[in-house]
Write a protein that binds this ligand. Structure first.
Ligand code: SF4
Length: 480
């Protein structure tokens, strides 16, 4: 749509911010509001943004935490937070107003966050977006409300252009860079094979990949959460080795067994928990979650009988001369159709909806299930479903996030349903990207491992205390 050439290498955080707010205006999804709050452009200091998100918890809107002043903020932060909450509401209302247009949405957004002070490449990027919005409006059918997907697509095109520009640029600058750039030193790859998680790490932050896979930098010894996950995986692997099929009539025995395997697993990994209290709390959480997992398992066996044909199944896939390796938590084969479901247990955070997971595949943040899909397809399985099984919340029923594999991708949506679809063409794009990253990593020497420009990615990075390249906290950026 747009023909003008703008160097937007330094404006990707701006694009993310506009994208999140556009999606929020259209769908009022809390996840988008939280991401926007975490952007430097929200002007809410990072530490306060995180505190507000924690105060909101999982079930309340962060705007409510701001309005009800659930945490005490300094004057400047409080003003910025209130302005943010007001802007969220204003954008959502403006989106639904009679005669709303894409360009009015951008103007509203710009006025809400003081974009009149933008300069340089950020100014040029926002102006390019406004030009795109004008074109969207010009093409709109009178009387039909504008569709946010067209603007989101325009933002994505600019973001892709930004990425390509940044990669082509030998001397990348970042407006967020605190230090002079490090002198380039070539790194020779050491690995001859790749895992899905290493590719995901590289796609999210090349510098983090460098720390983890080249420097083998030491992370912490592992948190209680990570030992909870390890113990849970261990227990389910043994449980399903004994019970590749489950019969609802055996519920009492199965409850006894799953409790027993979990108790054994926690005893085995007891030293991973720092205190006895922590150990007991996590063990109880696992027991309650295990019972919920069993309920879901039995219900599924009742409605569509299946056999578990693999647990912790090792997979190896050769693509274009590169070897990819991994382990699949569980593989189910449907009795009636023979179709296979690939299952990944999630004991930590998980995509909030099928569409959110599909988006993480489309944006090359998550390669795991696409890789498993291709690995099992290569050995002859007819894989028809990809499933993420949440095992974190003891108080909630187990409700997997599932994507049915369909020949061609359906239009992207913003729904929060746990079940959706993913096209084989989307899985092919993920496969192509896997090969592309592997080729880059295997191509002799690498001179540069740029840091991500997404400050949110640094929030849970094990190397953030040592990383000199990470994006500045937003309060520094705005001179507060
Ligand atoms: S702190 Fe941020 S920039 Fe640095 S390695 Fe971690 S994710 Fe990358």
């Amino acid at each position: 749509m747009r023909a003008q050439t703008v160097d937007v290498s330094y404006a990707r955080p701006l694009l993310s911010f506009v994208r999140d707010l556009t999606r929020y205006a259209a769908d009022r999804r809390e996840r988008d509001a939280r991401r926007a709050l975490g952007s430097p452009f929200s002007r809410v200091p990072d530490i306060d943004a995180r505190a507000l998100i924690v105060a909101a918890g999982e079930n309340r809107p962060v705007a409510e935490a701001i309005e009800k002043e659930r945490i005490p903020l300094g004057h400047t932060s409080a003003v910025a937070a209130r302005r943010f909450a007001k802007a969220l509401d204003g954008l959502a209302r403006a989106f639904r107003a009679q005669g709303a247009t894409a360009s009015v949405h951008l103007v509203t957004l710009g006025l809400s966050f003081g974009f009149e002070t933008l300069a340089g490449d950020e100014r040029a990027t926002f102006d390019a977006l406004v030009a795109d919005a004008n074109e969207i409006d010009a093409a709109a059918v009178p009387g039909i409300a504008w569709d946010a997907t067209s603007l989101v697509a325009a933002i994505d095109r600019l973001a892709v252009h930004a990425l390509e520009t940044a990669r082509e640029n030998d001397e990348p600058r970042s407006p967020l860079a605190r230090h002079d750039r490090e002198a380039a030193r070539s790194v020779k790859r050491k690995r001859a094979h790749f895992s899905a998680s290493s590719l995901g790490t590289f796609a999210e932050c090349e510098r983090r990949w460098y720390y983890r896979y080249v420097c083998a930098a030491v992370e912490d010894r592992g948190s209680s959460a990570s030992f909870y996950g390890t113990a849970f995986h261990w227990a389910l692997e043994r449980f399903h080795e004994e019970y590749p099929r489950v019969d609802p009539a055996d519920i009492a025995l199965l409850e006894l067994k799953i409790d027993s395997y979990l108790a054994t697993a926690f005893e085995r990994f007891r030293s991973g928990f720092e205190t006895t209290v922590e150990y007991e709390l996590q063990k109880r959480r696992a027991k309650r979650t295990g019972r919920r997992y069993l309920s879901w398992l039995l219900e599924r066996a009742r409605t569509a009988p299946f056999e578990i044909i693999g647990t912790e199944a090792s997979v190896e896939l050769d693509l274009a001369g590169y070897t990819f390796i991994g382990y699949i938590d569980r593989l189910d084969r449907d009795d009636a159709t023979g179709a296979v479901t690939v299952i990944d247990y999630k004991t930590g955070s998980i995509a909030e909806s099928a569409e959110a997971y599909r988006e993480s595949v489309a944006s090359f943040v998550d390669f795991q299930l696409p890789f498993y899909y291709w690995a099992r397809t290569a050995v002859g399985d007819r894989v028809t479903r990809l499933s993420l099984v949440p095992l974190k919340e003891a108080a909630r029923d187990v409700r997997p996030i599932e994507l049915e594999v369909v020949p061609v991708a359906t239009p992207r949506g913003y729904g929060d349903a746990p079940i959706g679809t993913i096209g084989i063409d989307e899985l092919e794009r993920a496969r192509t990207k896997m090969i592309e990253i592997a080729a880059h990593l295997a191509d002799g020497h690498i001179d540069r491992f740029p840091a991500t420009d997404d400050p949110n990615a640094c929030g849970y990075c094990a190397y953030k205390s040592a990383c000199r390249e990470r994006p500045l906290p937003r309060e520094d950026r705005f001179g507060r």
